[in-house]
Design a protein around this ligand. Sequence first.
Ligand SMILES: O=C([O-])CC(=O)C(=O)O
Ligand SMILES: [Mg+2]
Length: 604
Amino acid sequence: MFTLRNQTKSLRKFIGGERRVRILMESTMVDPKTSVGGGVQDVYGEDRATEDQLVTPWTFSIASGCTLLRDPHHNKGLAFSEKERDAHYLRGLLPPAVLTQELQEKKVMQSLRKYEVPLQRYMAMMDLQERNERLFYKLLIDNVEELLPVVYTPTVGEACQKYGTIFRRPQGLYISLKEKGKILEVLKNWPEKDIQVIVVTDGERILGLGDLGCQGMGIPVGKLALYTALGGLRPSACLPITIDVGTNNQKLLDNEFYIGLKQKRATGQEYADLLHEFMSAVKQNYGEKVLVQFEDFANHNAFELLSRYSKSHLVFNDDIQGTASVVLSGVVAALKLVGGTLPDHKFLFLGAGEAGTGIAELIALEISKQTQSPVEETRKKIWLVDSKGLIVSSRKESLQHFKKPWAHEHEPVKELIDAVKAIKPTVLIGSSGVGQTFTKEVVEAMASFNEKPIILALSNPTSQSECTAEQAYTWSEGRAIFASGSPFDPVEYDGKVFSPGQANNAYIFPGLGLGLVMSGAIRVHDDMLLAASEALAGQVSQENFDKGLIYPPFSNIRKISAHIAANVAAKAYELGVATRLPRPENLVKYAESCMYSPIYRNYR
Ligand SMILES: O=C([O-])CC(=O)C(=O)O
Ligand SMILES: [Mg+2]
C-alpha cells in the first residue's frame, strides 16, 4: 500500500532535473490513483486511502507548465483557475479566460454537432480523450444517448475499417508475434501499473465486419471508454490490447498504410502459444483479480479461449456471455408485454456463432432453473439456423462442437423462411452478422402466428442488422416487439411512434465488470450472468413498457450499472469467489460510491 511518505520518495526519484512541482488536489470525489482521500475505495486496489489519510483530501502529481497541459489525465484547459495558473507555471500558456467545466462541455458539444460525418465526430472525441480525459468522460456521461453511437457501434466499426489512415497516437498495447517471448516486458512498458480490466481482441471478427487485423484496436479502446463512462471504472485502470497474429484480409495486406503485421494469420500451436504467453504474463503482472474481457475473436478461438482460461483466470467473453445476458434480460422484460413465462416460449436464431449459441445456452439455463428440468431438455425449445440451414440431428457429425447441443430431431430445412414456418417461434433472434436477412416474408410470417412477435436484430454495426426498425414495425403492422444491436431512431407507423430498444452488451459488461472488480472476484460464473440479466430487466419501468420498450434508456445507465454490479457482487460472495472482505452491507450504495467521477479536481 502506498503512503504519502512513499509517494513523496518515489516522486523525488522521478522528478529528476526537470522543473516539475507537485500538485495537491482537493476533491470530495475519490480516484485513488490520483488522490488519497474522500472515502475508502477498495475497488481501486492496493493504493487506496488508509483511514488516517482520509482527513487530507489531496494528492500529488508531478507535472506543471506545458507538461501539465499536455497530460490528458490532469489537463483542464481553460478551466484552470487563476490560483492554479500561478501555482503551476501556467501563466501565459493559456489565454486569459477561465471557463467552467460545464461551459467547456457546452462548447465541445456544439462543435461536435456541427460535424455531419460520424467519423469526424469520432475523431473529435478521440482527440478530446487524448487532450482532456475528464472532459471527455463528462461529455460521454452527460450525453450518453447521443455519444454512444459515436464512440461505439456503429461509428467505431467504420473507425476500425479506416484505423490505419486515422491513426495518430497509440491508445493501447499492441502485442504481435514479434513480441513473442517478451510479453511480460511489453506489459511493463504500459505506464499504468494498477490495471483492473483488460479488453483484448485479435481483430479476427470485428463486429459483423470480419477480419480487420490490427485495426481492431478501436474496439478495446471503445469498450473500455464505456467501462469508465457507463460502469465507473477508473480510466487509468483500463488497458486496451490488440494481439496481432497477422490478418487474412487481403485488402489490408495490400494497403501501404496498414498498421499491423503484413502476414497471414498464425494459427494452431503458434497462435495458442502466443495467447498462452499473454495470459500467463497478465496474471504474473497484475495478479488474479484483473478481468480479461475477450472481444471480437473469431468463433473457433473465442470458445476455445473461454473454456481454456475460465478455470484459471478471471475471464469473460462479451460476445458470448455479455450478449447472452443482455438478450435474456430483454426477453424476460418482453414477457410483460407479450405474456407467458419463459418456458412457454419458443426461440429461433439466425446465426449459430458466439452470440447465437451463447444466448441460446443462457436461455436454456434460465428455463432449466425455472422448471427444474435438465438443461439437455430445455435446449429443445431453442432452434438455430446457420449458413447451411436449420441445425438438425442429421447434420450432427459435421457440426462444430459448439453447435452440436442444438442439433434436434427434425427434417432438414435450408432456408430461414421455411424454418420460421416449420418451427413457428415466438421469438426470432438475428445473430448472423449478415444484414437484411429478416426479409419481409420472414417478418410477415412471424406476425401471422404471433399476436406480438419478438424480433431481435442483433448484428452490428447498423449495416449488418438483420432488418431495420422501420421494416420490423411496418411488416408486422406495428405489432413487433423489436430491439437491435446498433441503435435505430424512433419510427412512425400508422400515426404511432415506436422507439426501438438497443439490445447491446453495453448494458451489461460495464456493470458486470464493476461488480467483479468491487468484490475482488477471481472467477466468472454463469450465475453471475443470470444475476446481471435479472438486474437489468428489473430496471425497465412501467413508463418504458408503455412505450413498448424492453430495455431502460441508456440515460440511466450508471444507476443500472450499479444495480447490475451489486447483483453480480452478491453472487460472487454467495459463490465464495469474492476476495474483498468483509462484504459491504449495501452493495448498490457501495457500487455507486466506487464509481469514477469526471468532475475536475482543484489543484493547490
Ligand atoms: O460492440 C458491440 O456493439 C456489440 C459487440 O460486442 C459486437 O457486435 O461484437
Ligand atoms: Mg464484440
